[in-house]
Each structure stands twice: as C-alpha cells, then as structure tokens.
Design a protein around this ligand. Structure first.
Ligand code: ZN
Length: 213
C-alpha cells in the first residue's frame, strides 16, 4: 500500500513536472516571438563582459543578455529550458534586462552607472554560477521551491554572498545603497529590504573577507 501510494505520488509529480516544462517552453516561445527587437546598450554589454571576468568558472559557458522592454524587474537570470536535456557544457543561460516601461518594480538598467551595473550584474551572474553547478533535477526542485517567498529570500541572500565571494562586494554594496535611497519606488525598496543582504551585512562580509586575505 505504501509502495502503491509512493508510485501514485511519483506519477502525479511527474505529470506536474511535465506541465511546468510545457508552461516554460510556451513562455519562452511567447517572449521570443513577441518581443520587439531592441539592442543591448553598449555600456551594459561592456559592464557585463567585465563582470563575467569575476566568474572564471563561467568561461566558455553560453550566457547572454536579453533585452526586455517592458519587464517589471530590473534584471533576472534563468537557465533556458534546454538545460533539462543538454549536457552541462552545452547549457545556455540568459539574463533578462529591463530597458523601458514603468519603474514600478525595477529600474531601467541603461540609467545605471558602470559601478552600479557591475553590482547588479554581479548578483545575476551569481545566480548563473549557482545554476551551473546544479544537476538538472536540482534545477527542477529549485524552480518548484521558488514558489515559496521564504525560499526566494534565502536564495537571493545566498546569491549576494556568491557575488561577494567572487570579489564584487563593493559594487554590490553601491548598488544596494543606491536602491535603498530611491524614495519614489517604495515597492521595489521594500522588496529589496525583505529579500537581499542589507548594506551593513555586506560591509560585515567585506570586512571578514579583508581579514582572511
Ligand atoms: Zn537575484
């Protein structure tokens, strides 16, 4: 009976995984078919290439910036659906960036200075470095766990730590301080306070880092 229950649960969860995969594929097809062609501003691409140098483990990995004119958040990093069947070395990752639209939940990336871009891109590449060392099943589990707000906060704070460990802490600190003084974006500010390391926490980690070096 116990075994039967387990089998039923397993096939139900497989069905759900299939549905999730299908939704992912449809979303990806939808966004690539209907996004107007907008190019990445040169200064953003330059900052991206510089930030990538801080992540030697991503050398040779297919990571690209994708403009999203009306995206709500400033940036988000994601593996392409094909990570589920491709070999690790052929995986593809994308960082979606906001280049227009209302600034309710996210900044328009092209307005940021070089240092602030390094801060925010350092965090996004931290996500990709994290995805890249996970197996496909760990990625699926992670996708499901992201439905929990508590898990998201934990993951974002961990990603900040990855950026700091890779030497981008000072830029991350500048970016976080910048966001926290944006009085005209209360929702964005609130989400930042809830989900990410505070400037004081980043400073403490930087201090620890300088002691151990
Ligand atoms: Zn993040």
């Amino acid at each position: 009976m116990f075994l039967l229950n387990q089998q039923i649960q397993f096939s139900t969860s497989k069905k759900w995984l299939g549905i999730l995969l299908l939704i992912g594929l449809l979303l990806q097809a939808h966004t690539s078919l209907f996004s107007p062609s907008v190019s990445i501003p040169k200064q953003v691409q330059t900052a991206f290439e510089e930030t990538l140098q801080y992540y030697p483990e991503l050398g040779g990995v297919d990571v690209k910036l994708v403009p999203k004119p009306n995206k709500s958040a400033s940036m988000s990093a994601a593996p392409k659906v094909n990570v589920l069947w491709r070999n690790k070395k052929n995986r593809q990752y994308r960082i979606y960036i906001k280049l227009g639209g209302p600034e309710k939940n996210g900044l328009q990336v092209q307005q940021l200075s070089h240092e602030l871009l390094l801060g925010v891109l350092g965090h996004e590449l931290g996500h990709i470095a994290d995805y890249h060392q996970k197996t496909r099943w760990q990625l699926i589990c992670m996708g499901i766990q992201q439905m929990s707000k508590k898990y998201v906060a934990q993951m974002e704070r961990q990603t900040d730590k990855i950026a700091i460990e890779h030497g981008l802490g000072n830029y991350l600190l500048q970016f976080r301080e910048y966001v926290l003084q944006l009085e005209h974006m209360p929702k964005f500010k609130q989400r930042t306070i809830k989900n990410y390391l505070t400037p004081n926490e980043i400073k403490a980690l930087l201090q620890e880092q300088s002691k151990s070096n």
